[in-house]
Design a protein around this ligand. Structure first.
Ligand SMILES: [Zn+2]
Length: 192
C-alpha cells in the first residue's frame, strides 16, 4: 500500500507506504507497525527499480539579494516608507512572497503617498538586505509603479498624457511610474 504520489511534498512523520512495497531510503524511517514515514519536509521519490523510497529535502527558501529586480504589491503607504509584498524576483514568481520596504529618496518631495498607492504593482530594486529587512528603491527611471490602483475606488489607473486617471471614477492620481506603465505582457513575463 502506497499513501502518497511520487513527487508529492510531505511533512515530517507523514506515512509514505508499507514496508512490503519499498525499503526506507534517504530521510525515511520504518516504524514498528511496518509503515515507512518521512523524517523531514520534502519531496517523495519512489525508486521502483530498487524498490526504495526517498524523501529529498525541499529546495532552500529563495533568497533575495542586493541588485535583484523585484515585482511587489504595495500593502501600506506611510509618509516616508511603504510596505510591500514581493511576489517575483528576477523574472520568476516566488513560492513564498516576502515582505519588503520601499525606501525614500533624498530627492523625494513630500510624502511617499505621492509616488505609490496601496494595491499598486511596483518594480523595485533591492538596495539593502541588512538585518533581514529587504529595502527597495523605486527611484531609477526604469523602476516604479507598473500598474496602479485608484486610492478612492480601487479602479485601475490608466496613463493619460502625463497623469494617471482612474478607469472607474475618473480621479487623477500621481505615481512614480515605469516607462512601460500598464504593459501587461511585461508584467506577465515577470511572473513565470
Ligand atoms: Zn477611482
Amino acid at each position: 500500500m502506497v499513501f502518497v504520489k511520487d513527487g508529492e511534498i510531505v511533512a515530517p512523520g507523514e506515512p509514505l507506504c508499507v514496508e512490503e512495497e519499498f525499503e526506507p531510503g534517504e530521510n525515511v524511517k520504518k516504524h514498528n507497525d511496518g509503515i515507512l514515514a518521512s523524517i523531514i519536509s520534502g519531496v517523495v521519490k519512489f525508486d521502483h527499480s530498487k524498490r526504495i523510497v526517498h524523501v529529498k529535502p525541499l529546495k532552500k527558501v529563495e533568497e533575495i539579494k542586493v541588485g535583484d529586480t523585484v515585482l511587489a504589491q504595495v500593502k501600506e503607504v506611510q509618509d516616508k516608507i511603504a510596505i510591500v509584498n514581493v511576489i517575483s524576483a528576477n523574472g520568476s514568481a516566488l513560492k513564498h512572497p516576502k515582505t519588503a520596504v520601499i525606501l525614500p529618496s533624498k530627492r523625494m518631495r513630500g510624502s511617499l503617498e505621492e509616488y505609490v498607492g496601496i494595491g499598486d504593482l511596483v518594480i523595485g530594486m533591492v538596495v539593502t538586505c541588512f538585518t533581514g529587512i529587504i529595502g527597495l528603491s523605486i527611484w531609477r527611471p526604469n523602476l516604479g509603479v507598473i500598474l496602479g490602483v485608484c486610492n478612492k475606488c480601487s479602479g485601475m489607473l490608466i496613463k493619460s498624457g502625463r497623469t494617471l486617471v482612474c478607469t472607474r471614477c475618473g480621479e487623477k492620481q500621481k505615481r512614480k511610474i515605469v516607462p512601460y506603465y500598464g504593459n501587461l505582457e511585461r508584467l506577465a513575463s515577470m511572473l513565470r
